[in-house]
Write a protein of this length. Structure first.
Length: 215
């Protein structure tokens, strides 16, 4: 529990402050009698490019504060549950954990929101069954890449586009919720790079565990 008392002080004047426990509570009290100092701002944010599965360690980097601050880490502006220490770590970063990391540092005197890092994870595009949905659906995922189009077919002749990444700056993540309705099918991934078309070899949906090498 924290409590704050403020009043205009005059130089050369002695003051007495009485402190009592709430509801008669007793115990040690940490009394900070000095004027507080808010957490300082740090920056600019660093750019980190990691291989998929690598570890990530970030530090708040604040100093010169009075009293000790509280921390709340954020990713892309959203609070990260349980991330309330001066350091934040991820043991194995995945494509859906990339983005802008910041930390809110606050004490009794003030608050600072510090941008710490913009994190990218290099993870190749992959296609696999999603074990967290029922019935099982196929999901394509990977790190940010150039423009790509995912297509499906049931006869290798007529291809239907399923997904196009909206921007090359964000990770690719698409769940094909219609895959259970196609008992037999194929996927193909096309990427457009320097106005050239590259096509991945099509694969049967029933045997697919990931994209093979480009043909």
């Amino acid at each position: 529990m924290r409590s704050l008392v403020k009043f205009p002080a005059l130089a050369g004047t002695n003051y007495l402050v009485a402190v009592d426990g709430k509801n008669g509570a007793q115990g040690n009290i940490n009394l900070n009698w000095r004027m507080g100092v808010p957490p300082n701002a740090v920056g600019p944010a660093q750019n980190l490019i990691l291989a998929g599965g690598s570890g990530l360690l970030l530090n708040a980097g604040v100093s010169n504060y009075v009293t000790s601050p509280a921390y709340q880490w954020r990713c892309n502006g959203a609070d990260i549950a349980g991330a309330t220490n001066a350091a934040f770590s991820v043991s194995s970063i995945q494509f859906n954990q990339v983005g802008s990391y910041s930390v809110v540092v606050s004490n009794l005197v003030g608050t600072a929101v510090n941008a710490i890092a913009t994190v990218s994870a290099q993870s190749p595009l992959g296609l696999a069954l999603d074990a967290f949905v029922h019935p099982a659906n196929f999901r394509i995922s990977g790190s940010a890449t150039q423009a790509v189009v995912l297509l499906s077919s049931t006869n290798l002749t007529s291809w239907k586009p399923l997904y196009t990444n909206r921007t090359s700056l964000l990770p690719v993540d698409h769940l094909d919720t219609n895959s259970p309705t196609r008992p037999n099918g194929y996927y193909r991934l096309k990427s457009y790079f320097f106005n050239r078309l590259s096509a991945f070899t099509f694969v049967p949906r029933s045997r697919c565990r990931g994209f093979p090498n480009p043909a």
